[in-house]
Design a protein around this ligand. Structure first.
Ligand code: FES
Ligand code: FES
Length: 166
């Protein structure tokens, strides 16, 4: 008798289903089963945050959850943020302020930044550092990442001003 379990998620706006072993980690489900590889595995101790995605709007380290935990959930990975023609404000901030070097931590850093800015649209540099403390950048480009998130905050305010949002 098979012990596989059906997991259905909406990921980056698309519904996907697969039969998986109950012990499968969410990050392996996303990368190896669904073939969406932007979320990176940077450690085996749940420390680096490079695998961070949005689960029902909240940032979560996808190596700390099982795929079966998120059955029925809405997931957003870095691939779901924007397009080349229409970058998400956080992507624009990282682009404009060179918020990456090798880029390995960048998907997790951008997702964590989105949650931070949703909770605190005008963070101080100290609050940005605290908000992103769960993401380790092995290139140690932290100053550039802080600049990128500060710029993303400005871009969001500029876009909201254009839209008339207060
Ligand atoms: S791979 Fe998930 S925290 Fe490092
Ligand atoms: S940019 Fe290389 S790990 Fe962060």
């Amino acid at each position: 008798m098979s012990n596989l379990v059906n997991v259905t998620v909406t990921i980056n706006g698309e519904e996907r289903s697969a039969e998986v072993e109950p012990r499968m980690l969410l990050v392996h489900f996303i990368r190896d089963v669904l073939g969406i590889t932007g979320s990176h595995i940077g450690c085996d101790t749940s420390q680096c945050g490079n695998c961070t995605i949005l689960v029902d709007g909240r940032a979560a380290k996808s190596c700390t959850l099982l795929a079966v935990h998120v059955d029925g959930s809405e997931l957003i990975t870095v691939e779901g943020l924007g397009t080349v023609e229409n970058l998400h404000p956080v992507q624009r901030g990282f682009w404009e302020e060179h918020g990456l070097q090798c880029g390995y931590c960048t998907p997790g850093a951008m997702i964590a930044s989105i949650e931070l800015l949703a909770q605190n649209p005008t963070p101080t540099d100290e609050e940005i550092r605290e908000g992103l403390e769960g993401v380790i950048c092995r290139c140690t480009g932290y100053e550039f990442i802080v600049n990128a998130v500060r710029r993303a905050s400005e871009i969001m305010r500029e876009e909201n001003a254009v839209k008339g949002v207060k």
